[in-house]
Design a binder for this molecule. Structure first.
Ligand SMILES: [Zn+2]
Length: 492
């Protein structure tokens, strides 16, 4: 052994082969010069850094000019800002925004164009990592993953809904990972075996599917005139949490009412997948004061370290059905095929009817504006208390054209600004905080050696103006640099 070391030492003395740390012979490389990198940890900005990427990984960051040879592409980021790709931790890639299954069948070319564009639309707005929080169609996940240019996609392996509860009322849907809760009013249909639908069996199956989290629901329903749908008991939620953690899965739970948030805070779940905007009988005080019941639920979430996804665009997305002029927003042309925008424009009336029936438009608007304000007030309250805020849009949240892929993330960020959330907090929520929450931070959430080369080059500083996220110059995905405009639906 000693002899061998000596031999190498001698050899190196002659040929000066000590490999300098900043010397790279690249295969499929990318070199970014003059980068002002914004740290996701402390928001500091480095000057004139050099980033070296090989294949899909960052292999060097420093202030020296490393010696590079081999095959690589140069990017000079002089005057620009370099940040990690954004993470949207609440999407559903299942369907075609706002189209029912029947409409999808009747319009195959629109659906085909939409699916081809979908991954690019997320990238167009800088979302290079997505977490699908529940789909009944695993094939759509693999279709999405088969695209040549696409964000990195993680998933929860089908919603672990509560038997006959929200998402599975009347057992009418086939959701293989539902969890059965004993209830004499809702006995499990004979075709299912109870033992396949315990938290233990479901968590095992979800983990085996390659999922990173388990998603379940606390949702008694949205229609106060209807009897409440079954929700999990405290004991059941405890079991789900135990089994999720035993299988190294993060526990994400749907809930948006005061009751749900209080229940989930008390149960100490990992993440609540929606903001608290459904305040029941309570409302904002005259001086924008949060009412007592809501404040108590939010306080408990802070105390118990619950991570909170505001998903402000859920309500705005629905509300845009009342304002079809939303479809004239020029930005839509970058993320949706023109044929789909035209289809929406021709069906604004029927889309409204589908969701709101014959309820008057101004009444719906007033009500949704109030709910949206409640969501923002709750978010601001949590921010003031230093709560753990994640970034998730729930795209698309409902059968609406109001949650367009990619652009919905930008609209969500804009709403967070409207809620009084500082740009630094928004930046961290959509990067390192999301990555840590879902245990993806070894590869995502920052620009560091060893991390995935998913990077954005921005023309403006996102810590100064939110519009920087809509002023992207280059999107680097898995080490491949793409001109932003090449991702636009106008080009495809
Ligand atoms: Zn969702």
């Amino acid at each position: 052994m000693k002899k061998l070391t000596l031999f190498f030492l001698v050899l190196c003395a002659f040929f000066s082969c000590t490999k300098k740390e900043d010397q790279f012979n690249l295969m499929e490389g990318l070199l970014i010069k003059n980068a002002r990198i914004i740290s996701t940890e402390d928001l500091s900005i480095s000057e004139k850094s050099t980033i070296v990427i090989e294949k899909n990984s960052i292999i060097y960051i420093g202030n020296n000019a490393p010696e590079i040879s081999g095959t690589y592409q140069n990017i000079d980021a002089e005057g620009q800002y370099v940040i990690p790709g954004l993470i949207d931790s609440h999407v559903h890639v299942t369907g075609t925004d706002g189209l029912s299954e029947e409409e999808e069948i009747a319009n195959p070319s629109i659906v085909k164009n939409y699916r081809t564009q979908l991954p690019k639309s997320y990238l167009y707005f800088g979302y290079t990592t997505l977490i699908d929080l529940g789909t009944t169609k695993p094939k759509r996940l693999s279709d999405f993953n088969n695209a040549t240019v696409k964000p990195d996609l993680f998933y929860v392996g089908g919603g672990a809904v509560i038997g006959n509860g929200y998402g599975l009322s009347n057992w009418k849907d086939s959701i293989p990972n539902f969890i059965y809760q004993e209830d004499e009013n809702y006995p499990i249909p004979e075709k299912y075996l109870k033992e396949n639908h315990t938290p233990e069996a479901v968590a095992k199956r979800v983990a085996a599917s390659g999922a990173i989290a388990i998603k379940t629901y606390y949702e008694p329903g949205f229609d106060p005139s209807q009897p409440p749908m079954p929700t999990p008991s405290k004991e059941l939620m405890e079991q789900i949490k135990t089994e999720a953690h035993r299988n190294d899965l993060v526990l994400v739970v749907h809930g948006n009412s005061t009751k749900a948030h209080r229940f989930l805070a008390d149960a100490q779940v990992d993440i609540v997948a929606h903001g608290l905007w459904n305040w029941g009988d309570e409302s904002l005080g005259e001086d924008n004061q949060i009412p007592m019941g809501v404040a108590k639920a939010l306080d408990m979430e802070v105390e118990n370290n619950i991570m909170y996804m505001p998903t402000l665009q859920v309500i705005n997305g629905l509300n845009s059905l009342t304002t079809p002029e939303f479809l004239n927003d020029a930005e839509l042309k970058n993320v949706l095929p023109e044929s789909l925008i035209d289809y929406y424009k021709a069906h604004t009336e029927s889309k409204y009817l589908e969701v709101f029936g014959d309820a008057p438009r101004d009444m719906i608007q007033r009500s949704f504006n109030r709910i949206s304000a409640q969501g923002k007030a709750a978010l601001n309250y949590l921010y003031q208390k230093n709560a753990k805020i994640l970034f998730g849009t729930d795209t698309p949240a409902s059968p609406t054209f109001g949650n367009p892929p990619g652009y919905n993330g930008y609209l969500e960020m804009t709403e967070m600004v409207n809620a009084g959330i500082p740009l630094g907090t928004i930046y961290q929520s959509a990067t390192i905080k999301n990555a840590r929450a879902f245990k993806l931070d070894s590869l995502y959430g920052g620009i560091e050696v060893g991390k995935r080369a998913n990077i954005l080059v921005l023309n403006q500083n996102p810590l100064e103006d939110i519009s920087a996220y809509n002023d992207i110059s280059i999107v680097i995905i898995q080490g491949k640099a793409l001109d932003r405009e090449s991702l636009s639906a106008l080009r495809n």
